[in-house]
Every structure is written in C-alpha cells, then in structure tokens.
Write a protein that binds this ligand. Structure first.
Ligand code: NAD
Length: 495
C-alpha cells in the first residue's frame, strides 16, 4: 500500500519520482508524514506546465480586482482552517502552538494585504517632453520560483506566494525538505479558492538537487529566496549567469543594545523574546547583546533569571515558550558552537545543556543559553548560530557601541533600548540594518518592507512595493502628433 502524501506537480496531486523520505516531529522524533520527493524530471515538468498555465489560463489577464478576489478567498480559507493549520505547522517544525497560531494568522493577513495591493495598484503617467503620452506600467514575469526555509514555513511561503500571484505570475514553490506540509496545504487552499490548475506547484526535496534545477531553468524568470547566506550566494551566482533578478532574505547576527537609561523591565522582556522565542531559530534573533557597563551586572543577572524561568517543553502545551530545535543534527551544530565559545574563553552564565527527563528524552531540546566574557570578534559573536544562544558583552560609550554593532557581515536587524528618545533615534539611524526596533523587538507589519543589508540579503519583501518584485516595468509612449515625425520629413513637411 502506498502511504505517501501526494505532492503537487503541474496541477496534479501525485507522488514525486524522487526519493521516499519521512518528516518527523522535532518534539518526539516520531514520523509525521512520508512522501516521495520531486525528481529533476518532476521539476522540469512543473516548470513547463506552469509556463503553459501562465500563457493559457486567464490569470495574468484577469482584472486586478478579480485576481484579488481569489487572494481574499485564500485568506478566508486559511482563517477557516486556522487551528488545523497551526497544529500541522507545530508538527512540521516543532514551534510552540501559540507561535504557530500567530504565523497562520499572519499568512492570512498577507494574502488579504496583497489582494488589496493588487486591486489598488496604480501605473503612472509621467510628464511628457514631446507629442506623446508617456506611461510606466507593470507586467507579470511568467514563472517565478519561491524557495523557502524550515523555520516559519506558512509565513514565508505566504510572503512570496501572495505577491507573486497578485502580480499575475505562475509560481514554483520549493519548501525546505524537512517541512513541506504547510506548503502543500497552501497549494490545496489556492486550488480551492479558484486559482487555475497548474499555476502553483509545490516541489519538496533536497535543495542541492531540485533547488538548483529550479534556479537554472530558462523559463524561471525570478527567484525569491529565503534561507542561509551561503545558499543565497550560490543561487545569486547562477542568477547572474542568466541575468535573472533575485531577491534574497538571508541570515543575521542582530545586535540588541541596552543603554544605561533603559526601562529594565521592558528591556529584559524584549531581549529574552528577541533571542529565545522560536528557540532562536529566527533570522532576526537578537543574538548579540551589548549592555552599558554601568548596568551590565544587574542586567545580566535579571536576564539569566528570566532565561531560567522560560517554559521549555511540549510545543502542544499552551504555556510553552520554547519548543525543540528542528533536527538532531541542528542541535549538534549548536552544541559545537557553544563548545567553541567556551574554547574561545567565554563562560556560560546559564544553559549550554540539553534538558533531561520526561518530554525532553525524545525530542531535540536545548536550554536557553547566555555566554559572556567574549569580544565581538569571537566566532560565536560573528557567525549565525540559529539557536537559543546569546552572546552578551558590555560597552563603554556610544561610539564603540555603534562600531561593534556594525562590525558584522550581517545587517538584518537591530534593537535599541533607551528612555532617551533622541539618543535612541541617533543610534537607530547609525546602525546598519534592514530593520531597527526601538524599545520593542520582533514586531512586524505586512505593510512595512523587510529585508537585509550586506550578507543578510538583497531586495525587500512585504509592503505595497513588494508586489513589484514579481513584475517587470515597462515604459509606454503613445504618440499624439498631428504631423509625421519631423526627422523623416523633407523641408516643407512633405516626404
Ligand atoms: P538553507 O539555505 O539551507 O535552505 C533554504 C532553502 O533553500 C531550502 O528550501 C533548501 O532546500 C533550499 N536550497 C538548499 N540548497 C539549494 C540550492 N543549491 N539551490 C536552490 N535551493 C537550495 O536554509 P535553512 O537551513 O532552511 O534556513 C535557515 C537559514 O534561513 C538561516 O540562515 C536563516 O537566517 C535564514 N532565514 C532568513 C530569513 C530572512 O527573512 N532573512 C527568514 C528565515 C530564515
């Protein structure tokens, strides 16, 4: 009997022709689903079919408000199935249920937002310099690819699918191998909402095999990628060779700065949330902490107490704040980083171990960890760990603070905690990062652009402008001359 979960290739729900594999629940290691990955041939078939669907279906030619209707229906269906999807997302990557509910709500909001962006999009008439009307309009690109990581699948898929579809494109969605379940459900929901068949394919499998084929395919006109920086650079190099635009949401090593006049209750809560929510498996995790030397000892003491009080455990429990890590091998990698921090001269103030007993015996759990005694040059202060590990450092003055905060190949996000609004503003403007939070952290609005500088990325997602990532711009000139163009005319106006 075939127990494999079908995947969506070229509008058909069937087994892939790649390897059979199982996804597991990170809290217990138990199998959640078994599926056959997409093969290289499946990828080619899906892309060709998507190209055909883009040309033959009326999707790109539908009036914007008609496309928006489908996106609104997707938002509605996500909301109708919210609890089921949140539970599935929990099983897919082990995030606590309170977090997966928020991710599902945000995915619905994303489809609604881009529905509205689609039906209110305006092309512009530009000032003309002759006898014509000049316009700047936007066209869909054709087949675009969305490649997403495992840490927040439903939200990162929605962030790409919604604007790409709103813009009139066909989409090849390549989820992370270990977390395909929500992406497949999203494809079902799109189908149910009335999206033409074959316009979205979902291709689970190894990135190095099928992701590469997606990126290189000549019919793929854009890749929107979220994932690690080294994978992003690899994809960007392929894109350069075929002159294809890309957008890159990559890694981070974000600095959180606590000034001596900060409201410490707010700052402690914000720093804990910034690094330990999502078990630190978050691109924007505030993983480097700089605290004014005068308050350093008191602040770290309070932070350590806060970290020790966090409820780590069963992601299904309503009160759980930190679930397991995604895989055993990812936990091993985090442990290697912590050991490296100790070898580099750091001392562990709290955490640095696997919790034991009961629920902890089966899943990939790790305790919230705070390390101090290192400089910003230490490897664990420079490299992305993508886990619940915070490197804490004191700072002496504003100049050295900004210098250290900016001393990183990453520049995704930063946080400033201070009651002095002028100083917080000044530091916020000096810090190089795609997003700066002042007296808050990890807050998001779909209406606000998001992205990174330097090794943290290229381009911006979200915001009304996010839809333009998936469109080509075209200038149109419409002649209004009463007479033929002068150049071709002989003197006196006759040819
Ligand atoms: P990853 O780079 O290993 O994988 C991301 C996706 O790329 C997966 O779907 C994977 O299968 C695919 N992939 C891998 N090799 C590929 C190739 N050669 N060609 C095409 N696709 C390929 O990243 P990950 O481990 O899944 O996710 C963690 C990383 O993602 C972290 O670095 C994190 O900071 C980053 N991230 C960034 C953001 C952001 O918005 N900036 C958000 C979430 C995660």
């Amino acid at each position: 009997m075939n127990n494999c979960l079908p995947i969506n290739i070229a509008g058909e729900w069937r087994d892939g022709r790649g390897e059979e594999y199982a996804t597991t629940y990170p809290a217990t290691g138990e199998e959640v689903a078994r599926l056959r990955a997409a093969s290289v041939e499946d990828v080619q078939e899906a892309i060709e079919h998507a190209h055909h669907a883009f040309l033959q279906s009326d999707w790109a030619r539908r009036l914007p408000h008609q496309r928006a209707d489908v996106l609104y229906r997707v938002a509605h269906l996500i909301r109708e199935r919210a609890e089921e999807l949140a539970q599935l997302q929990r099983q897919d990557n082990g995030k606590p249920i309170s977090e997966t509910r928020a991710l599902v709500a945000s995915a619905a909001g994303t489809f609604q937002f881009f529905g509205a962006a689609c039906e209110t999009l305006e092309d512009i008439i530009t000032p003309s310099r002759g006898e014509y009307v000049s316009m700047s309009v936007h066209e869909p690109m054709g087949v675009v690819a969305a490649i997403t990581p495992w840490n927040s699948p439903i939200a990162s898929d929605a962030q790409k699918l919604a604007p790409a579809l709103a813009a009139g494109n066909a989409v090849i969605l390549k989820p992370a191998e270990v977390t395909p379940l929500l992406s497949l459900e999203l494809a079902r929901i799109c189908e149910q909402a009335g999206l033409p068949k074959g316009l979205v394919s979902v291709l689970p499998g190894k990135g190095s095999v099928i992701g590469d084929v997606v990126t290189r395919h000549p019919l793929v006109k854009r890749v929107s990628f979220t994932g690690g920086t080294s994978t992003g650079k690899h994809i960007a190099a392929i894109a350069a060779s075929k002159m294809m635009p890309v957008s890159m949401e990559l890694g981070g090593k974000s600095a959180t700065m606590v000034l001596e006049d900060a409201d410490l209750d707010h700052a402690v809560a914000g720093v804990l949330f910034g690094i330990f929510s999502s078990s630190g498996e978050s691109c924007i995790a505030g993983s480097r902490l700089f605290v004014a030397r005068r308050i350093y000892d008191e602040f770290i003491q309070r932070l350590v107490a806060g970290a020790q009080a966090l409820r780590v455990g069963d992601p299904a429990a309503e009160s759980t704040q930190m679930g397991p890590l995604i895989t055993a091998s990812h936990r091993d990698r985090i442990e290697r980083y912590v050991a490296m921090g100790v070898e580099e001269g750091g001392s562990i103030r709290t955490g640095g171990v696997r919790p034991s007993g009961g629920v902890f015996e089966r899943g990939w759990f790790y305790t919230p960890t705070i390390i101090e005694g290192l400089s910003n040059q230490a490897r664990i202060a420079q490299e992305e760990i993508f886990g619940p590990v915070l490197v804490a450092m004191p700072f002496d003055d504003e100049e050295s603070l900004i210098e250290q905060a900016n001393d990183s190949v990453y520049a995704l996000a930063a946080g400033v905690w201070s009651r002095d609004f002028k100083r917080a503003w000044r530091i916020g403007r000096e810090v190089q990062a795609g997003t700066v939070w002042i007296n808050t952290y990890k807050q998001f609005s779909i209406a606000t652009p998001f992205g990174g500088w330097r090794d943290s990325g290229l381009g911006r997602e979200k915001g009304r402008q996010g839809i333009f990532q998936y469109m080509e711009q075209k200038s149109m000139y419409w002649g209004t001359n009463e007479q033929p163009l002068a150049w071709a005319c002989i003197q006196g106006g006759k040819q």
